[in-house]
Design a protein around this ligand. Structure first.
Ligand code: NAD
Length: 424
């Protein structure tokens, strides 16, 4: 975790600080006009509303909700809606900026949006969560739409939440509108492969990064922090390719088998919470020990800010692939750069999620379902295209993989702004 020692520089940047810092770093390599940069430093708009909820006991609670729109020069706003007590306007803006870069890097015709309700979903019954979601869909109607802004699940929200949201929106519109949100269950227009997609994309880019270094995946050891949706799918993908996944963890701790774990036998967080740290493995470790294992690949796939100035010098992995959003602080990032440990950035690695969300939206608006094999094939293509674009910048400009990814994204967004011009 980040240091609290005032002698150390503050490590935990806010999401908006990180997003702006990355924008400036990428801009230093490009000819983006100051006018465009000035627009990109800010959100286009932030919608703030209140969502009243009738609790099960008959009382009324009023929650604050935000929907931030960063930039839509390349297409409708896209991004999650989270239910979390720590949601703030600034956080929504920062996360919306990240979505702009992620969509642009993937060359998906969407812009960046993000939103949330300041609520602890653990305090709500299922019925309360449904009523809150339906009312939220109504309150957000002025700023969302299948061609305008398409929300998705995030922390505290899930496919069922999206189903209620889609139903409420559709009732008000008078027509079934599956394209209003992504991350729905397949039975109402969700896409096959959506759930596995972020972990799968982490696996695909790990494979590419190993190939780039002329390393054989079958002779690779991998440690994965966080065996949830992203971590478990990445681990299973890499084990299928022949890698030895030697350690995985959940919030309570890690399990370790130097000979390689059977990742299909360990149930993930959704399948059975607590199963990972309770699994009968040769050794158990703390999460901190997992991060510093002598492995070929480290995949932090749990939460942000776990790789810090405190532990970055201790990391022994030869390659880090960011499954979670923002797992490395900027101090850690600089240390990895000095130590020449490549870090494949989150905006590429876990972008399988938004990419298959885009596929879901395409299926919804064209009313045509894709098979799982088509989804996976198209995801593979999109990931390889984005990898190739990032690799070109990495080689031509001699920058980090992260900077290369942001340069690709900003170049695309900047060119789109230049081409469309500024409406007077
Ligand atoms: P999840 O809830 O399915 O799993 C998270 C896992 O991390 C669980 O095993 C949990 O026990 C563990 N964990 C939680 N806190 C931890 C801690 N402090 N230390 C160690 N382990 C901890 O979540 P997920 O959907 O897999 O998301 C993981 C990360 O990936 C998040 O940063 C999320 O924002 C990001 N992400 C998720 C998606 C997606 O669609 N699921 C897409 C892109 C990015």
């Amino acid at each position: 975790m980040a240091s609290t020692d005032p002698a150390h520089e503050p490590e935990e940047e806010t999401a908006v600080e990180t997003a702006r810092r990355q924008l400036e770093r990428a801009a230093a390599h490009l000819d983006v006009t100051e006018s465009t940069l000035e627009r990109l430093r800010r959100a286009t708009s932030v919608y703030r509303t209140t969502v009243p909820l009738e609790r099960d006991d008959g009382s009324t609670e009023v929650y604050t909700a935000y929907r931030a729109h960063h930039d839509d020069v390349r297409g409708p706003y896209k991004g999650g809606m989270r239910y979390h007590p720590g949601v703030t306007e600034q956080e929504c803006i920062g996360l919306a900026m990240w979505m702009t870069w992620k969509c642009a890097l993937m060359d998906i015709p969407f812009g960046g949006g993000k939103g949330g309700v300041v609520v602890d979903p653990k305090d709500l019954s299922t019925d309360e969560k449904e009523r809150l979601t339906r009312r939220l869909a109504q309150e957000l109607r002025p700023v969302i739409g299948p061609m305008k802004d398409i929300p998705a699940p995030d922390m505290g929200t899930d496919p069922q939440t999206m189903a209620w949201f889609m139903d409420a929106y559709s009732m008000q519109e008078g027509e079934t509108t599956p394209g209003i949100v992504t991350g729905k269950p397949p039975v109402i227009g969700g896409s096959y492969g959506r759930e596995e997609a972020p972990g799968r994309s982490v696996g695909i880019v790990t494979r590419k990064a190993l190939e780039y270094d002329d390393r054989d995946v079958t002779e690779t050891t991998v440690a994965v922090q966080g065996f949830g949706s992203v971590g478990a799918n990445a681990a299973r993908y890499l084990e299928d390719l022949g890698a030895d996944v030697v350690a995985v963890s959940d919030v309570d701790g890690a399990i370790y088998d130097p000979a390689g774990l059977d990742t299909n036998d360990v149930e993930d967080h959704d399948e059975r919470p607590g199963m990972v740290s309770g699994y009968d493995a040769p050794e158990s470790l703390t999460n901190e020990e997992l991060l510093t294992l002598d492995v070929d690949v480290l995949i932090p796939a749990a939460v942000g800010n776990v790789l810090t100035g405190e532990n970055a010098h201790e990391i022994q992995a030869d390659l880090i692939v960011e499954g979670a959003n923002g797992p490395a602080t900027s101090t850690a990032d600089r240390i990895f750069e000095d130590r020449e440990i490549p870090v494949i950035p989150d905006i590429l690695a876990n972008a399988g999620g938004v990419t298959v969300s885009y596929f879901e939206w395409l299926q919804d608006i064209s009313r045509r379902t894709w098979t799982l094999s088509r989804v996976n094939e198209e995801l593979e293509n999109e990931m390889l295209n984005a990898w190739a674009a990032m690799q070109t910048e990495y080689e031509n400009r001699d920058v980090t993989w992260r900077d290369a990814a942001y340069i690709v994204a900003l170049r695309r967004v900047g060119e789109a702004h230049d081409m469309r011009g500024l409406w007077p």
